[in-house]
Design a protein around this ligand. Sequence first.
Ligand code: PEP
Ligand code: MN
Length: 313
Amino acid sequence: MSRDYKKSLTEPGFGTPSDGGHSHSSVRSVEQAYAAEPSYHKVLRRTRPANTIVAVRGVAIGGKELTVIAGPCAVESPHQLIAAAEKAAASGAHLLRGGAFKLRTSPYAFSGLGEPALKLLAEARRVSGLPVVTEVVDEESVLLAAANVDMLQIGTRNMHNYVLLKQAAATGKPILLKRGMAATLDEFLNAAEYIMNAGNDQIVLCERGIRTFSDFTRNTLDLNIVPALKLLSHLPIITDPSHGTGRRELVSPMAKASIAAGADGVLLEMHPDPEKALSDGYQSLDPEEFAELVSDMARLAPALGRTLTLRGQ
Ligand code: PEP
Ligand code: MN
């Protein structure tokens, strides 16, 4: 399925299946029956004009205030997580992130501490005052995470796992939905529709980079999708320039570009000692780089009609 880029993003057509393509008359009536049901509509601004504000333990995402989510790729130890949480809070982050269940490309790579990491996240929240978000990967982790953290993340590898989307939605927790690394805009919005259709509208979309021919970066951060999603959907959209670039030195410029493109915030990997990180150290900011980026974003925010309040300072 491909979209005609000469057609306006806001004209009717989005939300209706465009992947029919069959011209054989015997299937036409089936197609027509399905075409009567739009592929997605709850997530569209056409259906709900006002921005949806997602509330994560008192932090509002999708309003005027930009949101900064920061923390290590994976929870590694109490010392590492508490250090990251304190640095994140002190520099103005709104939420702390940290993976407990890691889906690694290699089966031999560090795959997270599991349930003990959730307890550490809850402890880091107590120490730092920051709400916490972690990725869920199956039904068991959904239930464990829902009992311990404030927001559930669906990773790029699971955006198409509709069973998982419905299980996560059913907890009533806010959901951070990452774009599949090869997902189209329609597929991304359909995944969000699964969550809304399960009765949960507390969804933050996250562009985290897509697969392209370009191989000097881990992924290609698709900033095009940010203003497109702002036009089409009422849901907040943030970006993840850490996974989107895979290169520490590109993270800050692309974070600033993201908010200039209209993103409601950024998700950043930040590690107290990136060289020693058990995963994704090469794309993790150190605390000083992180502090500098947040203060740059705070200075940019007013020019973009936004705010970024440095509460920690
Ligand atoms: C992550 O945020 O740690 C992560 C694994 O991200 P993604 O699913 O986008 O690769
Ligand atoms: Mn990571």
